[in-house]
Design a protein around this ligand. Structure first.
Ligand code: ZN
Length: 458
């Protein structure tokens, strides 16, 4: 019996995660993510398979680069079942609604400019109604970790905790007597809220992400200390703290750490703003799923809200958000976007970036070409909302808040699975090359980085 696996995204790159698995009569996808950044155009190419023929979509987690093309898949005829954990389904739904809104707004603002230039812009991939249509394909009861589900005569699936974001999974696929494991995105050990990634089962073949295949992070504990110092130093000298953050997991990590500081009585009186409706909604979903927390967070949850403390304010309204601009000192502002590519953080930058008593704390990776990267690289002045602003605030880059396993953790995880061969996905080519050499040397494992659309037969 031939088993065919075809990478249809995140092949020698980090976005658009999607794998097609074909076993006798059954076709399934693992993830259906959006291409982002430089690869955005690929979202407009037709799927390299017939969406109507897909029986199952197994969703590893709710990040847009893993779930973002689901409404498009449904629009193009998908009638199968979407299988995932409960938090993944709940978070994916708010992420997709937000993506539709952002695409709609971006399209409208690009359209005006393009018309004046006589250019054409791509319409949004889907609208809010398409997102709502896709919800009915999320299959209930949701899948539980470490429980085997039969999908076909010779096909069984088990989800394991990937420790990446709340509800995230890696996938064990048993096809007859062969075991294929797909890592999804693997988490970084020692993070608050989520558990450490589970060890993988013994596997014949592993498809593994390689986002940080070439490096090791500082530990979360060291990064947390660095973060605390930066916040305290800024507040004591009378400035405001700006924290650009992803709405999902990173925002909750930051709240968790600030709450700890408050409880340890080291946080001076201040006003902390979670200035992002998406992050506020994500935090609410976290609180509905405490059984997915790690032991410590669950213990805290039994007594109180792990993400809340008296100085914290949620700002949903745009007007409330604008009012924060009047505060000259003692504000800690958590807002998106995490890479400063848009969103409410831009207003806060305009009011604070030029003031040397303030600080800007990056807790996430800043890719090339983004405003965040320009500031990290030391620009003296930057253009924000059409205005030149001097960069005088103190800038911190803290890497240990990452939600991805590093080289050491990926290698250790792979050595548990003991596969005959590893397939490297979800990584940039130079990082994959370093990781491939590393695992050959350290654990004697052969690997291959498949290309987009390359059919692998087993
Ligand atoms: Zn992810």
């Amino acid at each position: 019996m031939a088993i065919r696996i075809t990478p249809c995204g995140a092949a020698r790159t980090v976005t658009g995660s999607c794998h097609l698995v074909e076993v006798e009569g059954t076709k399934l996808l693992i993830d259906c993510g959006m291409f982002q950044g430089e690869e955005e155009e690929k979202n407009y190419e037709p799927f390299p398979f017939e969406p109507g023929e897909i029986d199952f979509l197994i969703l590893t987690h709710a990040h847009i680069d893993h779930c973002g093309r689901i409404p498009l898949l449904v629009k193009e005829g998908f009638k199968g079942k979407i299988l995932c954990t409960r938090p993944t389904a709940q978070i994916a739904k708010i992420m997709l609604l937000d993506a539709a809104k952002v695409m709609h707004e971006t399209y409208r603002s690009r359209l005006k400019k393009a018309e004046r230039l006589g250019e054409v812009v791509n319409p949004p991939l889907y609208e809010e109604l398409d997102v709502l249509d896709s919800f009915e394909f999320f299959s209930t009861p949701y899948l539980e970790y470490e429980r085997e589900y039969q999908l076909g005569k010779e096909l069984r699936v088990t989800l394991w905790d990937a420790g990446h974001i709340l509800g995230s999974s890696f996938v064990e696929l048993k096809v007859k007597d062969k075991v294929f494991t797909f890592s999804g995105d693997l988490g970084n050990r020692g993070k608050p809220i989520v558990r450490d990634p589970s060890q993988p089962p013994p596997s014949d073949y592993v498809f593994i992400e390689t986002t940080y295949g070439d490096r090791n992070h500082r530990s979360f504990k060291e990064s947390k200390e660095e973060f605390e110092d930066a916040v305290l130093k800024t507040l004591y000298r009378g400035g405001n703290v700006l924290i650009p953050s992803y709405a999902l997991e990173r925002a909750q990590d930051v709240l968790f750490v600030l709450r700890e500081m408050y409880e340890r009585d080291i946080l001076p009186e201040c006003q902390v703003f979670l200035d992002s409706p998406l992050a506020i909604n994500a935090t609410k979903i976290f609180l509905q799923n405490p059984e997915f927390f790690d032991r410590e967070t669950y213990r805290i949850f039994k007594e109180r809200d792990p993400f809340s403390f008296p100085y914290l304010k949620f700002t949903r309204d745009v007007e409330e958000s604008k009012k924060i601009n009047d505060i000259k000192s003692g504000a800690v502002i958590i807002a998106g976007s995490g890479m400063l590519t848009g969103g409410r953080i831009l207003h806060h930058l305009k009011h604070n970036l030029w003031r040397e008593e303030c600080s800007l704390i990056f807790v996430g990776y800043q890719p090339k070409g983004t405003l965040g990267r320009k500031i990290v690289d030391g620009a003296d002045r930057v253009k924000i909302l059409g205005e030149e602003i001097a960069v005088k605030a103190e800038v911190y880059t803290i890497n240990g808040f990452s939600s991805h396993a590093d080289q050491r953790e990926l290698t250790q995880w792979l050595s548990h699975a003991k596969p005959q061969k590893a397939f490297l996905v979800h990584g940039e080519e130079d990082k994959m090359a370093v990781f491939s050499e590393h695992i050959k040397k350290v654990i004697g494992l052969d690997s291959h980085a498949p290309e987009f659309g390359e059919s692998l037969e087993f």
